[in-house]
Design a protein around this ligand. Structure first.
Ligand SMILES: [Zn+2]
Ligand SMILES: [Zn+2]
Length: 232
């Protein structure tokens, strides 16, 4: 049964790519409208069957309309965000996001079933950066930035295994002072805001490294390494 469903989904998808018939389209004006262009760009571009796309992980929303594959074994980074926007938008104590290149994802089903939300402008058109969710079951899928995507790893099959936990292990806490839950002695770096662009703090919010406006990410990274080595 699931194999069948998948086959149908993929078939539907390929047809959709060549001769788009999804609800966003009006008959006769299929591909050249600016508002339709996102469908042909990464991360939404559908990989043809003759393209090599090594599948390392698969993921999907709760209702199963949206399904995707990932071609990287590990994300570029994995982070917990404790900001109140993430808390509210996810209905959870914090957001867990794994960063991937836009080319690392291949939607095999349901890329016409996505809904967008741009929290900065309270806008639901496809405008970057934005939040992407399943338009049917509303499962948050990812945040789409201008260059990267931030996927929510709890949608990935096998994430609840040793391999899954290791591959997607988080490296830091961001916006830690806004938290609703404490993390003590978990060995992860804590930032007052975005990583490498805010103060590095300890679990009691004491500042370990003060971020200065003219500090680059690399400078902060180097200082961070010094402080962490001292504390080991
Ligand atoms: Zn869904
Ligand atoms: Zn956040």
């Amino acid at each position: 049964m699931p194999a069948n469903q998948k086959e149908n989904g993929e078939k539907e998808h390929k047809t959709g790519n060549i001769n788009p018939s999804a609800h966003q389209y009006q008959a006769g004006d299929s591909t050249d409208r600016p508002e339709d262009q996102w469908k042909y760009r990464e991360p939404y571009r559908i990989h043809e069957s003759n393209e090599t796309f090594p599948v390392k992980w698969r993921g999907g929303c709760h209702c199963g309309k949206v399904k995707y594959q990932l071609s990287r074994e590990k994300p570029l980074a994995s982070k917990y965000c404790h900001c109140t926007t993430c808390q509210r938008l996810h209905g959870s104590p914090f957001q867990w996001a794994a960063i991937f290149h836009k080319k690392d994802i291949n939607f095999t089903h349901g890329h016409h079933e996505l809904g967008w939300y741009d929290p900065s402008n309270f806008d639901i058109s496809h405008h970057l950066p934005c939040k992407v969710s399943c338009a049917f079951c509303r499962t948050p899928i990812m945040d789409e930035g201008r260059n990267m995507i931030l996927l929510f790893p709890t949608l990935i099959e096998g994430i609840n295994t040793k391999e899954g936990r290791e591959a997607f292990a988080p490296t830091c806490h961001m916006f830690y002072p806004q938290r609703v839950v404490d993390f003590r002695k978990d060995g992860l770096v804590k930032w007052s805001g975005l990583d490498n662009m805010s103060d590095l703090i300890d679990e009691d919010e004491n500042i370990l490294i003060k971020w200065e406006k003219d500090m680059t990410g690399e400078m902060m990274d180097e200082k961070k390494r010094e402080v962490l080595e001292m504390n080991v």
